[in-house]
Ligand binder design. Structure first.
Ligand code: PXP
Length: 259
């Protein structure tokens, strides 16, 4: 199973100050030295974290394959065909959303043309889809070799059931009783399992991701037909915690030496 690290939130932190650090490329080299298999980033229309310059320098310098998530958008297609990442993952994008909500609309009128353009440029294309046989069949019809199953609903159910998320101000509008949540979670995991297996049998390369964390990722990683997981937020959030003590002691040392 490959692990793709989504590094958008390194750039989110940088954009909070609009300066040069943290450096996205430095993070990528740490990831490489730690055994990450590919780097994933999302070039959003509003450029809220990753910018075009990041895409250019990451594709040029990253010592591993680069997967760029993006919307169906002619301007983005032009940019990415010029920079030539290893893979493009087409995702739905709404300006007001906090993160990608739901899978791609596979009936989008521009989708066949966008797929063809990337494939003609020798760029692998993945479609970010909700689990389901119909979606897999449509993906195949559209001529892609790779799909990424959206694990967002599974993750939301898992967090609502097994963490204090249910009581948090950002909680989602989901049933509150544990029996219903458990039933929905089991069903969601089953859908992911069945879709991964069906997709593999159809000859598709099966990836998955979105919202997975240190508690929920194992349940999805157990699905043998999946070949790649793309995880970002949880890893960057944990890095803040497990790396914070070292960052504080390094600064204490800088101050101590100056006295
Ligand atoms: N896969 C896709 C297609 C995504 O859009 C995202 C979020 O950018 C991820 C994986 C990673 O999601 P998360 O940051 O929640 O782990």
């Amino acid at each position: 199973m490959r692990l793709g690290l989504n590094i958008d939130h390194i750039a989110t932190l940088r954009e909070a100050r609009k300066i040069h650090e943290p450096d996205v490329l430095e993070a990528i080299f740490v990831a490489k030295n730690t055994g990450v298999d590919l780097i994933t980033l999302h070039l959003r229309e509003d450029r809220r974290h990753i910018h075009e310059d990041d895409v250019a320098s990451i594709i040029k310098h990253a010592p591993m394959p680069v997967n760029v998530e993006c919307a169906i958008d002619p301007e983005i297609t032009k940019i990415l065909c010029a920079y030539h990442p290893f893979k493009v993952t087409l995702v739905p994008e709404k300006r007001a959303e906090i993160t990608t909500e739901g899978g791609l609309n596979l009936e989008h009128p521009q989708l066949p043309q966008v797929i063809e353009t990337y494939l003609d440029h020798g760029i692998e294309v993945a479609l970010f889809i909700d689990p389901g046989l119909e979606n897999l069949e449509r993906a195949l019809e559209l001529g892609v070799r790779v799909v990424e199953l959206h694990t967002g609903q599974f993750s939301n159910l898992y967090n609502t059931l097994y963490s204090n998320f249910k009581r948090h101000k950002n909680r989602l509008d989901l049933p509150q009783d544990n029996t219903t949540l458990k039933r929905m979670l089991d069903q969601s995991l089953q859908e992911l399992e069945q879709s991964a297996l069906a997709g593999k049998k159809m000859g598709l390369e099966m990836c998955a991701g979105h919202g997975l964390n240190y508690f929920s990722a194992g349940l999805v990683a157990r699905i043998q037909s999946l070949q790649e997981l793309n995880i970002g937020h949880a890893i960057i959030a944990r890095a803040v915690m497990v790396g914070l003590a070292r960052a504080i002691t390094d600064m204490q040392e800088v101050i101590r030496r100056a006295r």
